[in-house]
Design a protein around this ligand. Sequence first.
Ligand SMILES: *Cc1c(COP(=O)(O)O)cnc(C)c1O
Length: 420
Amino acid sequence: MKDLLGISTETWDLYEKAMQEVKEMFLKVDEICEYNSAKVMAAFFEAQISEAHFDMTTGYGYNDLGREKVEEVYAKIFQAESALVRNQFISGSHALAKTLFGLLRPNDLLLSINGLPYDTLQEVIGIQDNPSSLKSYGVIYHQIDLKEDDFDYSKITEFLNQHTVKVVMIQRSRGYASRKSLSIEKCEEVISLIKKVSPKTIVMVDNCYCEFVTKKEPTQVGADVVVGSLIKNLGGGLAPNGGYVVGKKEYIDFIAEALTLPGEGREVGPSLGANKVFLQGLFLAPSVVASALKTSILTSAMLKKLNYQVEPEPLEERVDIVEKITFGNRKDLISYCEGIQSGSPIDSFAKPIPIHMPGYQDEIIMACGAFTQGSSIELSCDGPLRSPFSAFQQGGLTFDTAKVGILKAIDKLIEGRNEE
Ligand SMILES: *Cc1c(COP(=O)(O)O)cnc(C)c1O
């Protein structure tokens, strides 16, 4: 394998040592994969999925039996009343935006309890000016920062006691922030606090990158609405685009009316062939997430040995599939991303260069040689070109193919360091 890929002995030795160290972690990942696979299978049995559900509708998309079954399966997996799983959602960002527009009305208060939300939501909310933001419709926004990588429980209580908050927003995965991702246990604690202090407040969770990483999803610990992307975990690498929203029926119905149109809501939306890939992607998702987790764990172990700061640490419990690597300098960040690109199945010959992207504030370098554009359940690595030059790596449809990407990237990194 080493010769086939032209990997240096130095990188190969590092890989073999790292694999020894992370054995136990891989067993834990397999155990969670086994559980979540059973969860998916049980939902398929209960919903009695059959070949007829692969059929599609066109046009308005009325009476799309397959689409309804996809949504039934999602609702069962999340133990939720209702689900909206649609190819009309472009991706996670769009599903999140429609969720907020569906739930909030003029003068309503939206509260983020993990500080600044994900980059693409900042113009949606109006934190960054945009004439079509929620703010432009009179929605008021407030945020409470995290305290030592956990919720600031006393500030949240105080704020909820003083104001009527319509929606509390929790983002589990860190996005491009330096904080840690938020575990299901922490979510459970803060949601029960919110429900005690302000029972009418809707708790919405951005679950991107966290699905199937542990055994429970946020709806199982009290979240009212949970949102995610199908070009991440639950698409299983097969969904060509899309997003999902699950939770309480009354809220999901509002979101459906925001996605399509008032009066038609969830009744329209042609599936255009998405039903089969959504079901098959979901079927594969627990295994794909396990591969992505193993890829992140291996990356963490190898880069730690090269003295880069990694988060999570190789043996640390994980909340999401993301590995944050802090390179400390521009050159190493760029060589690592170039290496990931060169070890990707698609466009391995291309060289990623830093550019400005819509929705993001800094210049960004993105390595993503994926079958689906921008898919980050496939091995991908990106980072804003600002100090301390951190990259966020995630994905890996199979561990053995993603491992090739990691070996190539680390080889490139070591090569660059040795030249100095
Ligand atoms: C990726 C991500 C999003 C946006 O999802 P897309 O599918 O890329 O639009 C939102 N929130 C978080 C935390 C994410 O990681």
